[in-house]
Design a protein around this ligand. Structure first.
Ligand SMILES: [Ca+2]
Ligand SMILES: [Ca+2]
Length: 172
């Protein structure tokens, strides 16, 4: 004859159900956080690519090269510099003019063409001389400049919340 559940069995069953439900809920929360972070990462990567392409659209590798035809003639490395000679993005004419640019507001993003203005994204541009062989940063002028665009976004749990794009321009 079939008997009903005892109170102990019933309580055990409820506890087991609670454990399973709690685990499933946590999985759902984790999956949601991962998908939101993936969306942030995608938007940040798009912003980073747009920003990098804005920097590289100013093709000349150095101010001294901009006065030369096409801006691609080799110049004396010692005369190369890092930094903006112009006050405004519209007047930038070599890649290191963007060094130190921090983009953290709609106005600043708007200054870079085709870069989406997401309030939760911040960007920074760094240009450095690097050793041509090791590509490690150097304080003295070299024939290669590294352009890094770092984009950060609102962190979620322990997921990555920044990415860096890197390009190089050389003293051809
Ligand atoms: Ca310049
Ligand atoms: Ca410059």
């Amino acid at each position: 004859m079939r008997r009903g559940m005892t109170l102990v069995e019933l309580v055990m069953g409820i506890v087991a159900l609670a454990v399973v439900t709690g685990g499933a809920l946590q999985l759902f929360v984790d999956a949601h956080a991962a998908s939101v972070n993936a969306m942030y990462m995608q938007r940040a990567a798009a912003a980073g690519r747009a920003l990098m392409s804005d920097v590289l659209s100013v093709d000349a590798w150095d101010e001294a090269a901009t006065s030369l035809t096409g801006g691609q003639t080799r110049i004396a490395t010692a005369s190369a510099t890092i930094g903006a000679e112009e006050a405004d993005r519209d007047l930038f004419d070599d890649v290191d003019d963007f060094d130190g640019a921090v983009l953290d507001s709609a106005t600043a993003w708007a200054n870079a063409s085709a870069v989406p203005a997401d309030a939760w994204i911040t960007g920074r541009i760094d240009v450095d001389f690097v050793d041509p062989a090791s590509l490690q940063p150097r304080s003295n002028p070299t024939d290669v400049k590294r352009v890094r665009v770092t984009v950060e976004w609102m962190p979620i749990d322990d997921y990555p919340s920044s990415l860096t794009l890197t390009s190089y321009r050389s003293n051809l």
